[in-house]
Design a protein around this ligand. Structure first.
Ligand code: ADQ
Length: 474
């Protein structure tokens, strides 16, 4: 079996992957199973260092951490990755802050990281590159003569040609992606957008099995929706360890029902609209007053970028305003917690909440939607309210799907969710649970690696399977 080499911006903690969540667990298990390398940034900006990588070996697994200079962190990470690609790919062209030096920094870091990895590669390795930070990584590896199978998985949405055209050298990025043997996306819409961009911006040809031929390379572009480790999340949610905390927490609430939102603080996650819809529901249904409270957990992220500081201020203002208008001596409508919570506690809080609100304006997948379902008590499950613009909506049609741009509709759906009869809740939950369990993070990782191991055979088999099967299953 070939070794697995994973490249991602940040490298998970291999000695305690549970700390970093399901994705880190899945990746570290895959590397441990085959032997290999996890390569990425060491997480500090240090101009005084000598630029050498740190290699740590445990058994058959190596982690290789590469340093980054402050100027590159600004241009590559804060600049091109998070102030150009992230907003554009989340349909927020208004927030794109393009500068030529950002673009140059992006290419420079991709090249420099590829140079640092190359000496560690063997020709029969499977190389798996992750996410929007490293779209051009494969091109630099190919330029260095790397002929291993290289796959790329994009965790965020992929836009259509109209939007992608706002990216400088957009055709170049599509050509970079065609250097991979397999390019994986979260949803069918992302795959379709990518193929439209291929047709519009390159001379590549797509054959009947979906293989894309470009010069002397062929590339498979497909949907591999990411999942979670359902069993371990379910176990965490039901564990006795957090029971005392949850009892005390519930005891202190006047309201007998709780709605919950858990997100990284990001403008793509739709938190202001979620708050507004909650206020709207309280105005429209005054009888819900003191019957429900809303807990939002949102630790800040990327605070060095202006748009993130703005969303933080907006939410503080909104929650203050809504509480000011609706609170009573013994009831706070919105509790907004600004920090990270341990995975055990998070799972227990999701289980203790009657409604889960996952309402991004745009999201690659959104794992919280799946975590909420995994955490529920199947005999008395809560209701998931899910944005139709989260990638998860494709696989989770039994959730209450909402349009986060329509505050009225969302308010109505919150009310429906809070009042849904037990039988309907159980039925919806059963369908959702079965699907997230079947396509969990292990299935995701295995199907991507199966495709990468023999891309052509996989594409042919997959084309037949897809023609026979028109369901939401991947
Ligand atoms: P993210 O944008 O980070 O990921 P998401 O899928 O929701 O979004 O994953 C966040 C993870 O962090 C979840 O596991 C969640 O439980 C955890 N988390 C969030 N807030 C937390 C808190 N306060 N305390 C503790 N944990 C918290 C990107 C894409 C997504 C895609 C993932 C995986 O933007 O669309 O689903 O990658 O591919």
């Amino acid at each position: 079996m070939s070794r697995l080499v994973v490249v991602s911006n940040r490298v998970g903690n291999l000695s305690n992957p549970a700390q970093t969540g399901g994705l880190a667990v899945a990746i570290s298990e895959a590397i441990k199973g085959r032997g290999g390398i996890w390569f990425g940034w060491d997480g500090v900006t240090d101009d005084s260092g000598d630029g050498t990588t740190t290699v740590d070996t445990v058994g058959s697994v190596q982690t290789i951490l590469n340093p980054m200079q402050a100027v590159d962190y600004e241009a590559f990470y804060l600049g091109f990755a998070n102030s150009v690609i992230w907003p554009l790919f989340h349909y927020r062209a208004d927030l794109v802050r393009f500068q030529q030096d950002y673009y140059e920094g992006y290419l420079r870091v991709n090249e420099q990281f590829a140079n640092a990895l190359m000496p560690h590669l063997k020709s029969d390795d499977l190389v798996w590159i992750h996410d929007y930070h490293f779209m051009s990584f494969g091109t630099y590896l190919r330029n260095l003569g790397c002929d291993s199978r290289i796959g790329f998985f994009l965790h965020i949405p992929f836009p259509g040609p109209d939007l992608l055209a706002a990216l400088p050298n957009h055709a170049g990025f599509i050509e970079d992606l065609l250097q991979y043997d397999v390019v994986g996306f979260q949803t069918s819409a992302d795959v379709a957008n990518f193929k439209r961009c291929v047709e519009e911006f390159t001379s590549a040809e797509v054959d009947e099995t979906g293989l894309i031929r470009f010069h002397d390379r062929t590339c498979v572009a497909e949907r591999f929706p990411i999942g979670i480790d359902v069993d371990s999340f379910q176990e965490m949610a039901a564990s006795k360890a957090e029971a005392a905390f949850i009892d005390a927490f519930k005891h202190n609430l006047v309201a007998d029902k709780q709605m919950i939102g858990v997100d990284r603080l990001d403008y793509s996650k739709g938190i202001p609209a979620r708050f507004q819809a909650f206020a709207q529901m309280l105005t429209r249904y005054p009888e819900m007053s003191k019957k429900v409270s809303f807990l939002q957990i949102a630790p800040p992220s990327r605070g060095d970028i202006g748009a993130y500081a703005e969303i933080r201020e907006e939410l503080e203002r909104l929650s203050g305003m809504i509480n000011g208008a609706h609170a009573d001596f013994d009831w706070t409508p919105i509790r907004y917690i600004h920090r990270s919570v341990s995975r055990d506690r998070l799972a227990a809080m999701l289980r203790a909440s009657e409604v889960g609100l996952v309402t991004p304006m745009r999201d690659g997948m959104n794992l919280v939607a799946k975590e909420y379902v995994a955490a529920q008590d199947p005999e008395d499950p809560g209701v998931l309210v899910l944005s139709r613009f989260a990638g998860a909506a494709e696989e989770m049609p039994e959730a209450l799907l909402v349009n986060p741009f329509d505050i009225d509709e969302m308010a109505e759906m919150y009310f429906q969710a809070l009042n849904m009869p037990l039988e309907e809740r159980k039925e919806r939950h059963r369908a959702l649970f079965e699907r997230i369990r079947r396509y969990d993070v292990k299935a995701w990782q295995e199907s991507f690696l199966e495709a990468l191991t023999s891309p052509r055979e996989w594409a042919e088999k997959h084309a037949v399977r897809t023609a026979d099967n028109d369901s939401v299953d991947p």
